[in-house]
Design a protein. Sequence first.
Length: 572
Amino acid sequence: MASTTETSTKRPVGAILVEKGLVTEEQIEQAVAEQAARGHRHLLGELLIELGFVTGDQVMEALADAYNVPYAKLSPRLVDPKIVDLLDREFLEKHSVLPLFKVRGTMTVAMSEPSNVFLFEEISRLADCPVQVVAASATDIQAILGQYINAANVFVIDDIIEDVTADTFELLAEKSDDITNLEGMAGDSPVIKLVNYLVYSAVKEGASDIHIEPDENRLRVRHRIDGVLYQKMTPPSQMMAPVVSRIKIMAGMDIAERRLPQDGGIHVLMEGRPIDLRVSTLPNLFGEKVVIRIIDNTKALINLETLGFSIDMLKRFRTHLIKPHGLILVTGPTGSGKSTTLYAALSEINAPERNVCTVEDPVEYNLRDINQFQANDKIGLTFPIVLRSLLRQDPDVIMVGEIRDNDTARTAVQAALTGHMVLSTLHTNDAISAVTRLQNIGVETFLVSASVEAVLAQRLVRKVCSNCKTEVEPSVAVRAALRKAKIETEKVAHGEGCPKCHGTGFSGRIGAYELFTPTDEIRQAISDGMTLQDLRQLALKTKAVTTLFDDGMQKVSSGLTTVEEVFRVCSN
């Protein structure tokens, strides 16, 4: 289909910026030299922004002039939600395209690349109508796209909030577990739509948790992405009660009880795959705070090679995994990836000739060909009871979700000493502290010495975004930190910030590990009651431990993360 816009011959963006008096010829020359130094991997406009000579909006406006198309500073009020639905959401996000409105059969579309004639023609073909292009920044386009759900019923969060009235709250009892089937919810309560949107957007962004926090005049909704909380929206406070009630109904909780904490679970479908949500409510001064933990079963399909182990450490860890008996512990704070590591380890050692069993509370991921049992304290089915019963089921490998008390610890240690491989988790700051933690729980020193085969402490550090990753010279402080880890490098990785990483410079996480493998000398020292500090010094001296800090710094030298990120999560 013919379009209503024809792009003219491109004028140089740099020349336009000079004409407008936004940059000087010397600044253009400096940016061109930098472009050549980087092997022409960056556009001139990007480098001018990076060097601080112009803003992104100024460059985009110059680009619009270069191709003789209008420039638009976008806002949500410019967008007709029905028009957004004419094109597929993935297509829009991939190409930074935003349909704005349709007038007299012609659709106006904001593009971050007005020079892309092929994309222009593809949009016209998909929309089956003439298209008028306006130039807009990719950041603005992605920000506005983030407020929409592309499905049969597209809606804007602002519109949902405006539509909420007391009458709509009566529809809360209508339950729909498939949050992507929005077509069937066209007449549902805006509160139901909002709750589904909260979950949908959090899963799409890769968030691990959703925090819904009431305040005096508003709700605050935040997502934890790559271990860091980001504020997403602030609905008015009158939405607090219906939103919490809707979540409670979905989680099978008591909506009448608002004074006591509650826990529940939700099973939803998203794009055909199951997602488990763990819900926790806790009353505060202005209502109930809700935290939703997102458990995406597809993320459990992972192996040890992809977690971030160095080659040497992975080889050492595997050496202990294949042993017929002993206790292997994974330690770290909540959310440090302990369960993921254990599941990956179980998947690797699982075989038809082995009886692999787990005791968990709750079972986070379903593992194929592995027997998983869930403890339930409410009915008296505690970890020690399940574990003792499991030992009569002829297991070869046992994974205990967490060692919390003396009974569980003693039973796990006894199993490790009687021919079983036992894997479990502990909450300690480093690997060697697991020894004293077991002793503090009440396990005899000689039993700890004899049973522990390996302890793996871990953290998750954010990875530098591959889309906006650049190399910079390390500062004096960064060089000092690298030198402390005996690493010399001329360049370190840095994320500039882009729509893919929400401007943070980081995307995804990778493990940083500390592996402690007791030698005979260390076992004797444990039996003799050596203090934690002396034990740590002995482990470093005998190279029985590789520290979190050193492993994190190796990832800095490999360009995977930054020194600041290592200090944030790994430094004592």
